[in-house]
Write a protein that binds this ligand. Structure first.
Ligand code: ATP
Ligand code: MG
Length: 345
């Protein structure tokens, strides 16, 4: 559990210490008062980001580095230092330089709840795929590197396609990249399907949030890949799309064109859900993210809830607050709740 947070040159903060954290922490402040900045600092330490900004933008405008440090209940210190000048990141444990891997043993993962995540239901499939990939990154250390390598291979395959199109090289040059692509896409799918299977099995529990209104809820992963024969189905689509891929210079079959949808009584929630249904399902998906991470890492993630409570009606607020008291939680809010612990800044 974290007891204290120290910020130096982070966003608006020149130097700030916030301490005496409990299990559930409400960061209370009026509007436009740096609550998100505090939660962003926590999410950065936990290898995530609420704002998805570059690290450079998180450095105070008049400085060239930031430093974030937390103290756990045994007074161990975990610090993250970033320098804008040379793009350097340093991780420290008890003031000694450590590797990112050692650092992640403690600050391993966080689950972020924010109003933006509603777009996961309303907007593009990219956000839905990010949800799957972010959960997998938090659950398996090796997944982040796998995704990076995968993107590099896609880039190389696409450049090879373009070179073939411009008659600079022969068609059979693609064989090397196809093989590499199949190997890595297969690895990615192996991880993806673990989380998908968990979601398919667990989504039915959302029924409690819909009262007696629905009979059935299903999670459906939309892919052309055959789960029982991943390798051959990727191969099949690569061959089938080869001519089109050459003309367009892009790879058309890959884990990053997949999507998912959630159906209640066989009606798709993506695009059709009411605001109420969207909030319910999203809160539950994020809770499932936390449960999956805990199952796979054996460690509890922290929960970071930014600006969401003011979006929720009493019913949803209750639903969320009842479920989360099992994790250490940081919630920004402009209003005080009853019987809760506050961090007033
Ligand atoms: N790099 C930076 N350097 C200095 N100040 C910054 C930097 N980045 C952001 N800020 C300041 O932080 C402010 C935003 O703070 P933040 O988003 O945390 O507010 P908030 O309390 O979450 O507000 P709301 O209740 O509206 O969500 C900006 O108005 C800006 O003044
Ligand atoms: Mg905010």
């Amino acid at each position: 559990m974290i007891k204290e947070l120290k910020l130096v040159n982070f966003r608006n903060f020149k130097e700030k210490i916030i301490n005496n954290f409990e299990i559930e922490n409400f960061i209370i402040w009026e509007n436009w008062k740096w609550k998100t900045n505090i939660l962003e600092a926590l999410s950065q330490l936990w290898n995530n980001s609420i704002t998805k900004l570059n690290l450079d933008d998180l450095v105070n405008l008049w400085e060239d580095y930031f430093f974030i440090e937390i103290k756990d209940e045994n007074d161990n210190k975990y610090s993250f230092y970033y320098s804008k000048k040379d793009n350097k990141k340093n991780y420290l444990i008890n003031n000694k330089k450590s590797t990112k891997k050692e650092f992640r043993e403690f600050a391993h993962s966080c689950v972020i709840f924010s109003p933006i995540m509603m777009n996961m239901i309303y907007l593009s499939p990219t956000l839905r795929r990010d949800f799957l990939d972010d959960t997998l990154k938090s659950s398996y250390h090796e997944y982040e590197k796998l995704l990076k390598d995968y993107k590099k291979i896609i880039k190389s395959r696409n450049s090879t396609l373009k070179a073939i199109h411009e008659n600079k090289i022969k068609e059979n040059e693609i064989i090397f990249w196809d093989k590499k692509f199949i190997e890595i896409a297969w690895e990615i799918y192996k991880y993806r399907f673990k989380f998908i299977k968990f979601l398919e099995e667990s989504i039915i529990n959302t029924k409690e949030y819909f009262g007696n209104k629905v009979e059935n809820i299903t999670f459906e992963y939309k892919t052309k890949i055959d789960r029982n024969d991943i390798e051959n189905s990727i191969k099949f689509y690569l061959e089938k799309n080869f001519k089109r891929d050459i003309i367009l210079g892009r790879t058309h079959i890959w884990p990053h064109v997949d999507d998912f949808e959630i159906k209640t009584d066989w009606v798709s929630l993506i695009h059709y859900a009411s605001r109420w249904e969207t909030k319910s399902i999203i809160i539950y998906l994020k809770l499932l993210e936390g449960i999956f991470i805990e199952k796979k890492t054996g460690k509890k993630p922290i929960l970071i809830i930014d600006d969401l409570l003011s979006e929720l009606d009493e019913n949803h607020k209750d639903m969320l607050l009842k479920k989360i008291n099992y994790y250490q939680t940081f919630i920004s809010n402009i209003y005080e709740q009853e019987n809760t612990f506050y961090i007033k800044i």
